[in-house]
Design a protein around this ligand. Structure first.
Ligand code: NAD
Length: 509
């Protein structure tokens, strides 16, 4: 499939925001590039202060009517959106692959995630309830209810340009909120196509404007949105650096944030583990999406008695990974997002070498042939830490396919190594020993928001709450009770008697 075909199928050819054949950015135009070739795909017209203002003013108005639509009716619109996304799954999946370089199977999987969360939200739309509580006073009733929150701001990272918005927007829609989406400038085309498909369905059901888009530079549009008091919730997915900045600004106006930030995910392999299962999971977790998932396996912590044999097999598996065009069949690993990401990859490897790490496989750029020669390819890389396990660079998240290997003697040591990083997103242990697995998920085990036993760190299901602790930001999205972030809670107490009764037995007569 050529880039032009992908653009056509995604419905972007005549979109007013999209400028085909644009090659250079200017103050009002950004260029989206194909990371597989380094070539421009199209230009995107950016928002300025005036168009931002118009979008938010309109969103505030739309919210006033959307919040009054009964939640199950909102759910029916979300069901129609899920069906429409099913029809466009192939086109959107290919666009994700074209724009951010993940292989087609993963591009399609990402759109499936948005479809899944739409289904989930439909069910939820009939279940947005709170508890009925016991009042201490006679003839009083007390219960909690949940109301729509307002127009909410959704900031998305480049690496999940469709699903992260889907997680937020589908829940926000059934909760009665209007979504204002600020996508990454590395993946604006996916945002435009996705928003358009969903917005058309909403409009066809009589509710235009519940999905809105602002696209612009962080300093001009991003920070304007973050500081905007009309937007009670900012849900931001991206690096910890971004989250620290956004979190401070929103806290300064006493707004709400939902932060989904960086990960530095560890996977422990114990002597009792099913090593075949562990091997497949490590390769998928560390190499999949070219190491550009928040949940990518970045640190392997393996018992010293099995380390050499396991690592040798891992190195052999890495050598079979087919690198290349993400849209071509058979490719297992596509490019990094841009030249800067390649520089960061090379800098991390240089630092690891300098700190005593041994590069076991990879460690350099990957020179792709022919039309792919301008793409941002690297070799999937394994680096073994020195025997004292001191490797400071491994404490940072480098958004690339680098796996650092540490060895341990007893489980306490493994857990200490595991929890020694600032991030707290995904974690895993491979063991057939019930004591070890229970210890890993006990309060003294993994300190992460996601803990897996005999599964790799990446590839969460939408039914569970997704998110992490520490520098990952503490937010939860997707399943379970994550919907509560998108609503405001009201505790209602009703006196249906005739007596003046105060709580705590206070008499005031
Ligand atoms: P990034 O932090 O560079 O950008 C993320 C988004 O924040 C972009 O839309 C960007 O334009 C916006 N942004 C940056 N500074 C801003 C500011 N001052 N005001 C408003 N908006 C601002 O991250 P990235 O490179 O796009 O994505 C990779 C990072 O995202 C990794 O750290 C990865 O772990 C993380 N991530 C986390 C999750 C999660 O659920 N925890 C999911 C995906 C990605």
């Amino acid at each position: 499939m050529t880039p032009a075909e992908v653009i056509d199928r995604a419905g972007l050819r005549n979109h007013p925001r999209v400028v085909l054949n644009a090659t250079a950015p200017d103050s009002g135009l950004a260029i989206s590039h194909n990371p597989a070739t380094g070539q421009p795909i199209a230009g995107i017209r950016l928002d300025d202060a005036a168009s931002y203002e118009k979008t938010v003013t309109q969103a505030v108005e739309t919210f006033k009517t959307w919040r009054l639509v009964p939640a199950p009716i909102r759910g029916q619109i979300v069901r129609a959106i899920g069906d429409e996304l099913r029809r466009h799954k192939d086109a959107l999946g290919a666009l994700v692959s074209l724009e951010v370089g993940k292989i087609l199977a993963e591009g399609l999987g990402e759109v499936q995630e948005t479809i899944d969360i739409a289904d989930y939200a439909v069910g939820l739309s009939r279940n947005l309830g709170g508890p009925v509580l016991s009042s201490e006073r006679p003839n009083h009733a007390m219960y909690e209810q949940w109301h729509p929150l307002g127009p909410i701001g959704v900031i998305t990272a480049f690496n999940f340009p469709n699903a992260v918005w889907g997680w937020n927007a589908m829940l926000a829609a059934v909760c009665g909120d209007v979504t204002i989406w600020k996508p990454s400038l590395f993946a604006p085309l996916t945002a435009i196509a996705t928003n358009e498909i969903c917005e058309k369905v909403a409009a066809a059901h009589g509710h235009p404007g519940i999905f809105r888009l602002v696209i612009g530079q962080d300093a001009e549009i991003g920070e304007r949105m973050v500081a905007d008091r009309r937007i009670p919730l900012i849900s931001a997915t991206g690096s910890t650096r971004m989250g620290k900045r956004v979190g401070q600004i929103v806290a300064g106006r006493v707004g709400r944030t939902l932060l989904e930030l960086g990960g530095n995910n560890g996977l422990i392999v114990t002597p009792s583990a099913d090593l075949d299962l562990a091997l497949k999971s490590v390769v998928f977790g560390a190499v999949g999406t070219a190491g550009q998932r928040c949940t990518t396996t970045r640190r392997l912590i393996i018992h010293e008695s099995i380390a050499d044999g396991f690592v040798n097999k891992l190195v052999a598996a890495y050598k079979t990974v087919r690198i290349g065009d993400p849209l071509a069949e058979g490719t297992l690993m596509g490019p990094l997002i841009n030249a800067k990401a390649v520089e960061n990859f090379l800098a991390a490897i240089a630092a690891a070498r300098q700190q005593g790490g041994a590069v076991l496989v990879g460690g350099d750029r990957y020179a792709a042939p022919g039309p792919l020669s301008g793409g941002h390819y690297v070799q999937p890389t394994i680096i073994r830490a020195p025997t004292n396990n001191s490797l400071p660079i491994a404490m940072e998240e480098t958004f690339a396919p680098i796996l650092y290997v540490f060895t341990y003697r007893d489980l306490d040591q493994a857990i200490a190594i595991h929890n020694s990083v600032d991030a707290g997103l995904a974690s895993a242990i491979f063991t057939n020993d019930v004591r070890e697995s229970q210890r890993f998920i006990s309060p003294t085990g993994s300190d992460c928001g996601l803990a897996y036993v005999n599964l790799g760190t990446s590839g969460a299901e939408i039914g569970g709450a997704f998110g992490g602790e520490k520098d990952t930001g503490g937010g939860r999205e997707s399943g379970s009770d994550s919907w509560k972030a998108y609503m405001r809670r009201q505790t209602c107490t009703i006196n249906f008697g005739t007596e003046f009764k105060l709580a705590q037995g206070i008499r005031f007569e």
